[in-house]
Design a binder for this molecule. Structure first.
Ligand code: ADP
Ligand code: MG
Length: 392
């Protein structure tokens, strides 16, 4: 993979694929993290005198042409503010109007094409659509780590049509996650959580090959406890994953990887902020209650394991952190990660990223991945279509 820093971009039309799939509320961007993520690449290109043509998808339009609710215009306004420069927006994806705007670009100017998904051919990895986009550029650069796991036209076939490079954000993501998976400093500790084991089976199976210890909290630990014969009351259990859980425990034992489960829980009589709560050991969960967070003794245990690590990866909230009474376990894990300054600490996953930001600790860890799905695919050990295309 060649980094855009290796390209001579001055005066060149650079097609820059970013992931500006930002949340919108009444036409306003409510979280600009993804825009900030690619800002260094955009600034770099503009400063080097490239004509920057930005491509992104946004939300899930119907794929029947322009729909005002899914226009990239609000994202372009935020980008313009962050750049301190005008960002033009074309009224369509490909076509004559876009061509004219591209032709009129001056060095250092920034143009955003409309939402790629207004054209149904984007998601179909369509060669003709990619060729229409390729006509607008001399160079292709992919900085859309958040969409790197999707084999869509602007990510996959388009890369092969032009000299292709990775952007600075994509470089950073691949470097941090790649080094973590391929040559981690040891001990390597993984902390997993989240609601469902079924979402995380591949991740756990791959990490068992790599890590020294794995802490498992969140909703998914109840399937592991149930698989060992414990009564977990009304806690969330995936019956059809019990076998998988037993297999993972056996594989971990075989590999000498410790799977550490919580020893106590915050249990509640209902899934609600106003539930009646209590602290109970893992082997004393009342039959009419459910575990919605790890308990204080588990927090201490998890913290001590996290502090042992030289590499620590965290994916998955430890409890229902969206509700105040059940946020403590997730907060304590985030704090332990932030406190271990001797380690490379990496956070992956949409909800985990949101959690660490909510606790104000995002800047206290080594790296928070911007790509929920893409980082998870990498941790699963899968190749990402974007990276395959950039390496070709
Ligand atoms: P990520 O997006 O970081 O990969 P997930 O999507 O796997 O994380 O899981 C996040 C969800 O898991 C949160 O909405 C949280 O409320 C839920 N969760 C965590 N612990 C529990 C629990 N004990 N019972 C039910 N849901 C839980
Ligand atoms: Mg999630």
């Amino acid at each position: 993979m060649k980094s855009i820093r290796e390209a001579d971009v001055k005066g060149k039309r650079v097609l820059l694929r970013v992931d500006f799939n930002v949340p919108l509320s009444e036409g306003t961007v409510t979280d600009d993290a993804r825009i900030r993520g690619s800002l260094p690449t955009i600034k770099y290109l503009a400063d080097e005198g490239a004509k920057v043509i930005i491509l992104t998808h946004l939300g899930r339009p119907s794929g029947i042409g322009f729909e005002a609710d899914f226009s990239v215009a609000p994202a372009a306004r935020v980008l313009g503010r962050l750049l301190g420069a005008e960002v033009l927006v074309s009224p369509e994806v490909t076509g004559e109007a876009s061509q004219q705007m591209v032709d009129a670009l001056e060095n250092g100017q920034v143009l955003m094409l409309e939402n790629l998904r207004f054209d149904p051919r984007e998601k179909k990895n369509d060669v003709e659509f990619a060729a229409e986009l390729a006509k607008f550029g001399d160079i292709y650069c992919n900085d859309a780590f958040g969409a790197a796991h999707r084999a869509h036209a602007s990510i996959d076939v388009l890369a092969g049509m032009l000299p292709h490079y990775s952007g600075l954000l994509l470089d950073k993501e691949v470097e941090v996650l790649g080094a973590m998976l391929e040559s981690p400093e040891r001990p390597f500790i993984a902390i997993l959580g989240g609601s469902k084991v079924s979402d995380k089976i591949k991740i756990i199976n791959n990490l068992i090959n790599i890590v020294d210890k794995m802490l498992v909290g969140g909703g998914m630990c109840f399937t592991f406890l149930a698989a060992q014969g414990y009564d977990v009351g009304k806690s969330i259990v995936e019956e059809d994953c019990l076998e998988d859980a037993r297999n993972m425990l056996a594989k971990a034992a075989e590999k000498g990887v410790d799977i550490v489960l919580p020893i106590d829980f915050v249990v509640a009589d209902q899934f609600s902020e106003s539930a009646t709560v209590a602290i109970r050991g893992y082997d004393e969960i009342p039959s009419d209650m459910m575990g919605l967070d790890i308990g204080p003794a588990s927090c201490e245990l998890f913290k001590s394991v996290i502090m042992e690590g030289k590499t620590v990866f965290w994916n998955g909230p430890q409890g229902v952190f969206e509700m105040k009474p059940f946020e403590n376990g997730t907060r304590k894990v985030a704090e332990a990660l932030a406190a271990n300054k001797a380690a490379t600490t990496v956070v992956g996953g949409g909800d985990s990223g949101a959690a660490i930001a909510k606790f104000g600790l995002a800047d206290e860890v080594t790296f928070v991945s911007t790509g929920g799905g893409a980082s998870m695919r990498m941790v699963e050990g899968c190749e990402l279509p974007a990276i395959v295309a950039l390496n070709a």
